[in-house]
Write a protein that binds this ligand. Structure first.
Ligand code: ZN
Length: 298
């Protein structure tokens, strides 16, 4: 069931769990996310990084939208980390109603203005916007931000930013990194708690690959209701391909695709358990759930 991101996040926040947002690049990725979510009766988000959008363009967006519509669990489709008004327009015109307008590479003033303009545009389409202040370090899709350039989210600035730009959710930087954690992760929970106290909106944590269970659950308790996962799923995909292609007995193309889907789905299932969203599909308000409830009452 194609569902709005805002509904997914608000319901998760109210019931103290989080939605897993998984980056996808092709049919195998989409199948892995939907298969895992359906088997776990979990809501989920399909995310397209701008590099995926550049690669797959409108046909890839259409694949995500149609897969979300046909899923038996609530699914939303989201454009991740977009710094380009052109990409945001393409996604909106292809039916995506959930956008991350990412002005974090810009100065604070420019980020504010970019995010406000993109939010106004997205709201015209009835789309919701996630933004980021502070800057997350690490590597994602070939883009590396050095640790010294990383900036933690300042709670006072976050308050001012959200009111000015009128965004619907906020990605925070509290020590989380994109890609692999080079040393054991350390998250600044007092900072998260302060942000939580000051802001009444869904909080998002990027870089959930490699975060241990206790940090995930503490983050959820402190208002995080969306985790972005990319690296671990990609690694599972690449490993599966390597094993299958380099194995002794060459397999058929679809068999290899199936192995890759299964490997990704395993990682995704683990994350859905960590995020607490397993078995929560029924809590979400969807047109389908509403019509089912009406049918059962009649
Ligand atoms: Zn990210």
């Amino acid at each position: 069931m194609l569902t709005s991101t805002q509904e997914l996040l608000e319901t998760a926040r109210r019931n103290v769990y989080a939605i897993g947002a998984f980056n996808v690049y092709n049919l195998e990725g989409v199948k892995a996310v939907i298969t895992a979510a359906e088997a776990a009766s979990s809501p989920v988000m399909l995310q397209l990084h701008p590099s995926a959008l550049k690669y797959g363009k409108a046909p890839l967006v259409a694949l995500c939208m149609e897969s979300a519509r046909r899923a038996t669990v609530p699914v939303s489709v989201h454009l991740d980390h977009s710094t380009s008004a052109q990409d945001i327009r393409l996604a909106l015109e292809s039916g995506v109603r959930s956008i991350m307008a990412d002005g974090s590479p810009l100065s604070y003033e420019e980020n504010r203005a970019f995010t406000r303009d993109m939010t106004a545009l997205c709201h015209e389409y009835g789309a919701v916007v996630e933004a980021e202040i502070g800057r997350i370090s690490g590597t994602e899709d070939g883009l590396t931000i050095a640790e010294k350039e990383a900036k933690m989210t300042d709670p006072d600035q976050a308050l001012e930013f959200v009111h000015f730009a009128k965004v619907d959710s906020l990605a925070v930087t509290i020590g989380n990194v994109h890609g692999e954690y080079k040393s054991p992760p350390r998250l600044d929970f007092p900072r998260l708690e302060k942000i939580r106290r000051m802001l009444d909106l869904p909080l998002v944590l990027h870089g959930a690959s490699g975060l241990p269970e206790d940090m995930i659950s503490r983050s959820i308790q402190l208002g995080v209701c969306k985790f972005n996962v990319n690296t671990e799923v990609r690694q599972a995909y690449m490993e599966a391909l390597k094993d299958e292609i380099c194995g002794d007995s060459p397999k058929d193309l679809l068999e290899i695709a199936g192995e890759a889907i299964a490997a990704m789905a395993e990682v995704i299932t683990d994350k859905l358990h960590l995020f607490g969203s397993v078995g929560k599909a029924h809590l979400h308000e969807t047109p389908y759930a509403r019509s089912l409830a009406a049918y059962e009452q009649a």
